[in-house]
Design a protein around this ligand. Structure first.
Ligand code: SAH
Length: 262
């Protein structure tokens, strides 16, 4: 595939691009639509943390790792956009495979803008985001009747070219919050939340590698967040904050933390 084609008598300038959610890690948490598209893809541009078994579904595709860990420079994103457009010019079915859900902390807007500007046809396929995988893995619901009626998806991470962020205020105003890219800066995260007047004993639940065999859970209270984070490995971790997380502390062997792996 990949030669310039003709569609309804008009020269086709490009193939179609699918921004696809790869889910949190476990290959069988992929949607059926995502799996089908991977099987049809001519080329897959994927994030760094996509499971090898997920990539194996793209048996007829060229695989391109365009992964960048959080904190990557914005020029990296421009490079990815250029690769995406180049792939669309050359191939019929292009899959851009992103961790979790593509529309949540996935730099999707930059890619959507680039595709629109170039007149490339595209479609978005949702995926299971890390917070939902973490909730399922720990069997702790994000909402709880009478206790938690709101959930926010938040990141304290602010890009170098961005202004300030109200992330801590958002967490303080939500019943439950899922914080992405927050675990590595535990002291900043904790202090930001305490400065908003949050109770130091607010329950927190950290889930590393949600949905994968080396998944780990740590429950404790906000004031101990840096101690909890110190017990994590170096995998991606999502931080769940709020009273609804208190159930995760019930069977804690110590007042500080409960550690469990699967
Ligand atoms: N689009 C992704 C988020 C990308 S931002 C999604 O919807 O999940 C990257 C952050 O996601 C990581 O820093 C971490 O906070 C979180 N994350 C991604 N995969 C994870 C996993 N398997 N377990 C826990 N957290 C994860």
């Amino acid at each position: 595939m990949g030669a310039l084609g003709f569609v309804r008598g008009t020269a086709r300038v490009s193939g179609k691009v699918y921004l696809v959610g790869a889910g949190p890690g476990a290959p069988d948490l992929l949607t059926i639509r995502a799996a089908r598209l991977l099987g049809q893809a001519d080329i897959v541009l994927h994030d760094a943390l996509v499971h090898p078994d997920t990539l194996a579904l793209a048996c007829g595709a060229i695989l391109v790792d365009v992964g960048k860990r959080s904190g990557g420079r914005s020029t990296d994103q421009r490079f990815i956009c250029r690769r995406l457009l180049a792939a669309a010019r050359r191939h019929d079915c292009v899959v851009r495979l992103k961790g979790g859900d593509p529309m949540l902390f996935g730099r999707a807007q930059e890619e959507i803008d680039a595709l629109r500007e170039a007149g490339v046809d595209f479609e978005i396929v949702p995926g299971v985001t890390a917070a939902l995988a973490a909730s399922a893995a720990t069997q702790v619901p994000l909402t709880h009747r009478g206790l938690s009626r709101s959930v926010s998806f938040v990141t304290p991470r602010v890009g170098r070219t961005e202004g300030t962020s109200d992330w801590a205020r958002t967490v303080a105003a939500s019943d439950t919050s899922a914080l992405y890219m927050a675990a590595r800066d535990a002291v900043t995260t904790r202090d930001g939340l305490l400065a908003q007047g949050m109770d130091p004993s607010t329950p927190v639940l950290l889930v590393e590698h949600a949905s994968l065999p080396d998944e780990r859970h740590l429950a404790g209270q906000l004031s101990h967040l840096p101690d909890l984070v110190a017990q994590l490995g170096d995998g991606p971790a999502v931080l769940l904050v709020g009273e609804a997380m208190r159930v995760a502390m019930r069977s804690a062997p110590s007042p500080r933390a409960r550690v469990s792996g699967t």
